[in-house]
Design a protein around this ligand. Structure first.
Ligand SMILES: Cc1ncc(COP(=O)(O)O)c(C=O)c1O
Length: 436
């Protein structure tokens, strides 16, 4: 067994070697991975004490180790932690508080532990309630890692392996998609692709159980869909007897600034909403939110129980997170700081021809890099390299999108204008250096 002094002597490389031997799964970010040992607000610290500005982690929504969240977790853990089969006011109070942030009609919560589980449950509800089997998903989407949800996570496998109960539609990418800015009727054109998917599922005798979509299109490189896109797709899915699931695992809890939930940007009301990541500031809690009618219909036909989902400690943590978002006005801050950051990034776009497009809302921004403004050839090596070098400059960002050429900025919501200045200054420097 290793002693405390052995631990002090070992290097980050030793840890890497042991990880390679005993660990599988998640890939490590950056060519030379970072060993993070502490977090505070928007900052992460490595073993050597180097400080990194976290511009990537949306899970720590109210900031790393927020004292209110830490206090809620430890004090509830000292009193009681069971499951949701006893009456407990912490759980019910949180369910009521959370439901109160949704439009009327979305007022029932079912708790689970991860975004995957929330989407799995949402699909199960949609299949049970609709009596149909098929799912419409966006190309290159990610919704989770279970068997069913893995099949809906189209970014994780080849389009030729699509199961017969899954039909995909092209994302509404108005920068490089089939229909582009400057054309008329963009919403109608992109939404009409849902007609083809509906027909495919019907021809395969699957029917349409659900359309599931992430409002910020994270894995597609952050997209701003045409304003009427979701309303039109929802109409078509409802007409085919399916339910509409808004996956708010990325876009929820105020991140997009103007609203608490991503779907509100598009003025639609989904049948089912799924939540995760930012809900517990790092603690594993997730949820499905739906109407009483849909929940009752499902519960009459299926027994649903989740041992850990919504336990009193998770409920206390999630309540602290939601209260901090409200009391520290973090949604409004995401809007204001996001707007400020966006103005600075737009100025960089005027200066660096590598920047092809900037999209997103609030504190979720994608910067698409291209080798040539006309051909729009994706500059994915540049995006990857910039993310890597920014790490060496003390800024953590990532790259994403179908071609891996979109720089992803998605910091904790406590990100300030001062933090935005530092990020822009370092990004400016790297954009200059990469073309040298
Ligand atoms: C949009 C979206 N939905 C669902 C998930 C799955 O969440 P989890 O990793 O908590 O299972 C993710 C994870 O990245 C996601 O981005």
């Amino acid at each position: 067994m290793k002693t405390g002094s052995d631990q002090k002597k070992r290097t980050t490389d030793d840890l890497l070697e042991r990880r390679q031997k005993h660990f599988a799964g998640s890939f490590l970010m950056y060519q030379s991975p970072v060993e993070i040992v502490r977090g505070e607000g928007v900052w992460l610290f490595d073993r050597q004490g180097t400080r990194y500005l976290d511009c990537y982690n949306n899970v720590a929504s109210v900031g790393h180790c927020h004292p209110r969240v830490v206090e809620a977790l430890s004090s509830q853990a000292a009193v009681l932690n069971t499951h949701t089969r006893y009456l407990n006011d912490k759980i019910v109070d949180y369910a009521a508080h959370l439901a109160g942030t949704f439009p009327e009609g979305l007022d029932v919560c079912l708790f689970c532990c991860t975004g995957t589980e929330a989407n799995e449950l949402a699909m199960r509800i949609a299949r049970t309630v609709s009596g149909q089997n098929g799912a419409i998903v966006i190309e290159h989407a990610y919704h989770g890692n279970s068997t069913l949800i893995g099949e809906l996570s189209t970014c994780t496998y080849s389009p030729t392996d699509l199961p017969s109960h899954v039909a995909t539609i092209e994302p509404p990418n108005t920068y490089r998609g089939s229909f582009r800015r400057g054309e008329t009727d963009l919403a109608e054109k992109f939404a009409s692709l849902a007609d083809i998917a509906i027909k495919q599922l019907q021809d395969r005798e699957q029917g349409v159980a659900a359309f599931i979509c992430d409002a910020i299109f994270d894995t597609q490189g952050t997209l701003d869909a045409p304003a009427d896109y979701f309303r039109q797709v929802y109409q078509k899915v409802h007409a085919a007897g399916g339910l509409c699931i808004a996956d708010e695992v990325q876009s929820g809890f105020g991140r997009l600034g103007d609203h608490m939930w991503g779907f509100e940007h598009y003025d639609v009301i989904p049948d089912i909403v799924t939540l995760g990541k930012p809900m517990g500031d790092g603690h594993p809690i997730a949820a499905v939110v739906t109407s009483r009618d849909i929940a009752d219909d499902f519960m009459q036909k299926v027994i649903y129980f989740n041992t850990y989902g919504g336990n009193p400690v998770s409920a206390a943590v999630a309540e602290a997170v939601l209260s901090v978002i409200e009391e520290e006005k973090l949604q409004q801050s995401a809007r204001d700081v996001g707007f400020y950051l966006r103005k600075q990034l737009d100025a960089l776009a005027g200066k660096h021809p590598l920047i092809g497009d900037i999209r997103g809302s609030g504190l979720f921004i994608g910067i698409e890099l291209v080798k040539d403004q006309q051909t729009m050839e994706p500059a994915f090596i540049e995006a990857y390299t910039i993310a890597d070098q920014m790490k060496d400059e003390g800024i953590l960002i990532g790259s994403t999108g179908r071609f891996g050429n979109v720089i992803k900025i998605r910091p904790p919501l406590v990100f300030s204008k001062e933090n935005a200045d530092l990020l822009t200054q370092k990004l400016d420097k790297q954009l200059l250096e990469i073309v040298k």
